[in-house]
Design a protein around this ligand. Sequence first.
Ligand SMILES: *[C@@H]1O[C@H](CO)[C@@H](O)[C@H](O)[C@H]1NC(C)=O
Ligand SMILES: *[C@@H]1O[C@H](CO)[C@@H](O)[C@H](O)[C@H]1NC(C)=O
Ligand SMILES: *[C@@H]1O[C@H](CO)[C@@H](O)[C@H](O)[C@H]1NC(C)=O
Ligand SMILES: *[C@@H]1O[C@H](CO)[C@@H](O)[C@H](O)[C@H]1NC(C)=O
Ligand SMILES: *[C@@H]1O[C@H](CO)[C@@H](O)[C@H](O)[C@H]1NC(C)=O
Ligand SMILES: *[C@@H]1O[C@H](CO)[C@@H](O)[C@H](O)[C@H]1NC(C)=O
Ligand SMILES: *[C@@H]1O[C@H](CO)[C@@H](O)[C@H](O)[C@H]1NC(C)=O
Ligand SMILES: *[C@@H]1O[C@H](CO)[C@@H](O)[C@H](O)[C@H]1NC(C)=O
Ligand SMILES: *[C@@H]1O[C@H](CO)[C@@H](O)[C@H](O)[C@H]1NC(C)=O
Ligand SMILES: *[C@@H]1O[C@H](CO)[C@@H](O)[C@H](O)[C@H]1NC(C)=O
Ligand SMILES: *[C@@H]1O[C@H](CO)[C@@H](O)[C@H](O)[C@H]1NC(C)=O
Ligand SMILES: CC(=O)N[C@H]1CO[C@H](CO)[C@@H](O)[C@@H]1O
Length: 709
Amino acid sequence: MTTPVPVTTTTTITTTTGSGHATIAILAMILSPTFSFLLLTSFFASTSSAQFIPNADAAERNLTVVRSPGNSNVTVSYKVPNGTCTTAFDTQRQYTGWVTIPGDYPTNLFFWFVEAREETESLTLWLNGGPGSSSLYGFFTGNGPCEVVEKGLDRYDTIAREWGWDRASNMLFIDQPNQVGFSYDAPTKGTIDFANDSIEYPPIRNTEYPDWVMANGTFSSGNGSHTSNTTELAALAVWHTVQGFLTTFPQYQPSETGRNSSLGISLFAESYGGRYGPIFAETFEEQNLKRVTGELPLNTTIDVHLSSLGIINGCIDMEVQTPYYPIFASDNTYGYEAISKEEASFYVDTYSSEGGCKDLLQQCTTAITFGDPDGDGDNANVNTICGKARESCLSIESPYFSADRSAYDLAAPYADPFPPMLFLEYLNQAGVQEAIGTPVNYTLSNNAVFYEFADTGDQARDGNIPRLAALINKGIHVGLIYGDRDYICNWLGGEAVSKEIATQAGGEYATRFSAAGYAPIIVNDSYIGGAVRQFGNLSFSRIYQAGHAVPAYQPETAFQVFARIIMGTSISTGKDIDISTYNTTGSANATQTDKLPDDLEPTCYVRAVGGSCNSDAQALFLGEDGDNEGVVINGVLYSSSADWPLAAAETSSTTTSSARPTVTETLTGVYTATTTPDSNDDSAGISLRSSSRLVVGVAGVVALYALIM
Ligand SMILES: *[C@@H]1O[C@H](CO)[C@@H](O)[C@H](O)[C@H]1NC(C)=O
Ligand SMILES: *[C@@H]1O[C@H](CO)[C@@H](O)[C@H](O)[C@H]1NC(C)=O
Ligand SMILES: *[C@@H]1O[C@H](CO)[C@@H](O)[C@H](O)[C@H]1NC(C)=O
Ligand SMILES: *[C@@H]1O[C@H](CO)[C@@H](O)[C@H](O)[C@H]1NC(C)=O
Ligand SMILES: *[C@@H]1O[C@H](CO)[C@@H](O)[C@H](O)[C@H]1NC(C)=O
Ligand SMILES: *[C@@H]1O[C@H](CO)[C@@H](O)[C@H](O)[C@H]1NC(C)=O
Ligand SMILES: *[C@@H]1O[C@H](CO)[C@@H](O)[C@H](O)[C@H]1NC(C)=O
Ligand SMILES: *[C@@H]1O[C@H](CO)[C@@H](O)[C@H](O)[C@H]1NC(C)=O
Ligand SMILES: *[C@@H]1O[C@H](CO)[C@@H](O)[C@H](O)[C@H]1NC(C)=O
Ligand SMILES: *[C@@H]1O[C@H](CO)[C@@H](O)[C@H](O)[C@H]1NC(C)=O
Ligand SMILES: *[C@@H]1O[C@H](CO)[C@@H](O)[C@H](O)[C@H]1NC(C)=O
Ligand SMILES: CC(=O)N[C@H]1CO[C@H](CO)[C@@H](O)[C@@H]1O
């Protein structure tokens, strides 16, 4: 379909800040005189497009299908997603595809692979959380090779991201468990209700609400029995996916055997990834062992030996982290009291009261030991006990929300316009879907998966701290990274987890990790991005001025910390170290205080209503704002088309370019500090956040319910 886009010229200028913190696209557009509200309205009235994705087999979707050499029942279907994501260099190969795994129900796990900018043996797997959230959230909002920008009405562009992690590693993004994002069981036609992300099968007519409230599409079946309901079950499917990918593309195996590479395979995961990371790593190690014992064939499977595990704002252990919700809500380094000190101490007491969160967690641990040690999710008694523990602990998290703050950012209201979410619209364009080869529409979060995991009490199940302790003792770098404005898996809880890991690891870790002081994270010649405690294979990094999805808020800092973890260098400076003896030095606590940045302009994304739309916008969205009808442009709800940022692009581009001189980007390399900058210019983190807004105007965040990303 061709669209009558009334735009005559579009220019994209790429600039960076002086210290190179962000890539900013300025879309300067000269509007033709006929570009008017009327024209827009009539365009939307007349629009009609194929709503469902044509039923087509892999060959018709132009996918190459191969059998996995390791297991002939596993197939890998892939293609080159031509033109969907602009990388820093044209030479970087990309593949999108699905690994199809046999079982009681169809499992097709989606991957998007991007080659590093410069040749490297390093391969990094990336997982977002939820449970039920797509890993393309990280791809398009933070660490992926490109970001989506508006080009015009229903027209998008992608631009290379300066601090994409492809700068240091080959990247493999996986949507999991089954049915999340582009992963699917059986493509099924339905109608999604954006008000609450529920999907009706078969499709229904929208008779009550404005057109934009619902959309037809092709989705996973939504059958909760067709996905994993514990992290352990999810882990095995991902192991198959990694096997399938690496046997199909052996050139990306870190070395012949995988085991001896200095870089190897890294796993980085965010949020609920605090559970995925440790359990997936443990599962990979168990599978490796089966190759040694002969349970798995040596010649057709490969060792997936992790060299690093990174966890970003992870919810790793409910028992250790839960008391820090009330503590952080009342006492944080931004001086923001979301609840009073009295309330906080009440909830800390509640946590450890008889029959409270802590008690129930211990009951869950006992139940698992006897009833479900492997995490199969099939013992009803264990599920009930652990489910109750989870709910009790979540209730200690909830008082914070009375302050109308975002779960992911102390600086933002509950309806948070950051990070930009334009990609949700982009990935549902027919042309993009064809290039990727997908038989299903894209959704950010999957309710069915979320509720399946809730039913087994997965989050309350113990064991991650000993798992992480075992991993560091096996020589795997474990890097915990926490943005200090995040509430939902806040850094105080993360810091407590880091100390507990060291204690449980024993040996030198038990004494030298906690005794190691916090050193500055030197990001470039002028900016200190956080504070890090590092000893041996374990590190804990507090990132300044970052919410939950750290790479979106502080891309350069996140990248440098990522690169230093996988390379085994000093996270403070990037210098080579003897990792077995090195420790950071500095103060005992990370005490830096700062101011919260100003609020961003509210923005309502119709594909992320729960997270991004404030009450006024929700009323407009539901057609309950009296005479005001509103208009949706490129997935964003506006009162009138004149509010669309591109409609006023001439003004904003002038302001922006005078404020930020264009400089030439360097798109490769990692930074090694030779000196320590005196002190931060106060605005570094703050200006980044507001400048990011210019990339795509404004945007929204995720659904109401989960730990999400
Ligand atoms: C498959 O490739 C052919 C030839 O390039 C093209 O004509 C066709 O549109 C493609 N089909 C899909 C579904 O991408
Ligand atoms: C593949 O599936 C067939 C039929 O279900 C089964 O007999 C066979 O053992 C499977 N092969 C592998 C390698 O799992
Ligand atoms: C991908 O795009 C390039 C350049 O635009 C073109 O030469 C190539 O044929 C395309 N490949 C496919 C498979 O469509
Ligand atoms: C979600 O939307 C569906 C369809 O409109 C509706 O039936 C259902 O009641 C809604 N659920 C909630 C929780 O609002
Ligand atoms: C969705 O599909 C159903 C059934 O084909 C149809 O009645 C309905 O009008 C469609 N919805 C939209 C928004 O087009
Ligand atoms: C969901 O899947 C299970 C197992 O495949 C099947 O028995 C059940 O009928 C399905 N439920 C629905 C509503 O289709
Ligand atoms: C690779 O590592 C394994 C296990 O650590 C070791 O047994 C083997 O000798 C190493 N191979 C090479 C070529 O270094
Ligand atoms: C793997 O090893 C087995 C047993 O030694 C052998 O039968 C089989 O042919 C080998 N497979 C491949 C692909 O080399
Ligand atoms: C979780 O999944 C397992 C395996 O599919 C199943 O046996 C079990 O009943 C499920 N648990 C719940 C609570 O649905
Ligand atoms: C699904 O994708 C098609 C394009 O293939 C699009 O027209 C439709 O609006 C999408 N539906 C949803 C719910 O995103
Ligand atoms: C550092 O923080 C811990 C935990 O909050 C506290 O017990 C300790 O007194 C602090 N140490 C210093 C030197 O401030
Ligand atoms: C606790 C600890 O191990 N501290 C050491 C950290 O490293 C410095 C410099 O190498 C040593 O002097 C400390 O003793």
